[in-house]
Design a protein around this ligand. Structure first.
Ligand code: DOR
Ligand code: ZN
Length: 344
């Protein structure tokens, strides 16, 4: 049995770091585990301009401390302008742009109502090599919530992949066998991130003994066989699948409510959770590729030089983290983690 593994320091290719006092609370948790993070732009108001992205990056650096690099993203709207997107990319304001279908999830009201409207933007991104990050769910309320990701592939993503063959696309936080199969079969310019929670829970977990608001996120966890397919993809060694936690903190009152927010705060325990999954799959030797190599390769960045060690240990996840508007409940809070991170 392997009790200690050394990895290049990993990065988080999908994180919600929020802003203001919440940013100050949560950013150190991400920075403790990861050298870089792709930062989601769904603030209020969303990050749509290069100026806003530069200013947000500076606030993140201050909150996270030295040694952490935020990789910024631009929130796409129906009005996004190809010239402004390119300018922001060239001046280093952002490395990618994010598609939120309008009303798909938290703070997505300004999102894109019809991908046809951003075709000129996608054309430009394809030309300059800027990454396109996709929240892949249809927003049609007539489609069952558990089918919205698969429907998005059929109605939208398959066509985008066909129409923009040179566009580097990340299908974010995939939750279904359909998505894993689609990405595996797609050309090399299409990749996916997978969260720790979607590797661990299925939809039963959300209703175990009562409703569990802290396991509610979007896309929602699916049936068990989808989790099995995601695990298989994560440990496959394919460079198309890499780490993206989708850590998405909300104060406890916003989660435990008549209409609770979607999002799971996993930043304090994400890497340990991935290690547990890879260990259960007898694939610890595949963790470094997934966590530390395939993401940088897809983004055209060097992997980190620093190393960390994951050590088998009796560590327990913190139940809650005190935040500015009340506690934030931690994913796996109070549970045995099985692993601890050490400097290597
Ligand atoms: O569960 C989620 N929470 N899914 C998202 O897409 C957004 C995120 C958030 O910002 O809270
Ligand atoms: Zn997200």
């Amino acid at each position: 049995m392997t009790d200690r593994i050394v990895l290049r320091r990993p990065d988080d290719w999908h994180a919600h770091l929020r802003d203001g006092d919440m940013l100050a609370t949560v950013a150190p948790f991400t920075a403790r585990q990861f050298a870089r993070a792709i930062v989601m732009p769904n603030l209020v108001p969303p990050v749509t301009t290069a100026e806003a992205a530069h200013a947000y990056a500076a606030r993140i650096r201050k909150a996270a401390g030295p040694g952490f690099e935020p990789l910024m993203t631009c929130y796409l709207t129906d009005a996004s302008d190809p010239d402004a997107i390119e300018r922001g990319y060239k001046e280093g304001a952002w490395v990618a742009a994010k598609l939120y279908p309008a009303h798909a999830t938290t703070n997505s009201a300004h999102g894109v109502t019809d991908v046809g409207k951003i075709a000129p933007v996608l054309e430009r991104m394809q030309r300059i090599g800027m990454k396109f990050l996709v929240h892949g769910e249809v927003t049609d309320k007539h489609v069952d919530i558990f089918d919205r990701e698969a429907a998005f592939i059929d109605r939208t993503l398959a066509r985008l992949v066909r129409d923009f063959p040179g566009l580097k696309i990340v299908f974010e936080h995939i939750t279904t066998k359909e998505a894993a199969d689609f990405v595996a079969a797609a050309p090399a310019n299409v990749a996916a991130t997978i969260t720790p929670h979607h590797l661990m829970i299925d939809r039963n977990a959300i209703f175990e003994g009562g409703i569990r608001p802290h396991l509610y996120c979007l896309p929602i966890a699916k049936r068990s066989h989808h989790r099995t397919a995601l695990r298989k993809a994560a440990v496959s060694g394919s460079p198309k699948f890499f780490l993206g936690t989708d850590t998405a903190p909300h104060a406890v009152h916003a989660k435990e409510a008549a209409c609770g927010c979607a999002g799971i705060f996993n930043a304090p325990v994400a890497l340990e959770a991935y290690a547990r999954v890879f260990d259960e799959e007898n694939a610890l030797e595949k963790l470094e590729g997934f966590a530390s190599l395939f993401g940088p390769a897809f983004y055209g960045l060097p992997p980190n030089e620093a190393r960390i060690a994951l050590v088998r240990a009796n560590a327990t996840a913190p139940e809650r983290v005190p935040g500015p508007a009340g506690d934030i409940v931690t994913y796996l809070g109070g549970q045995a983690l099985g692993w601890r991170i050490e400097a290597a």
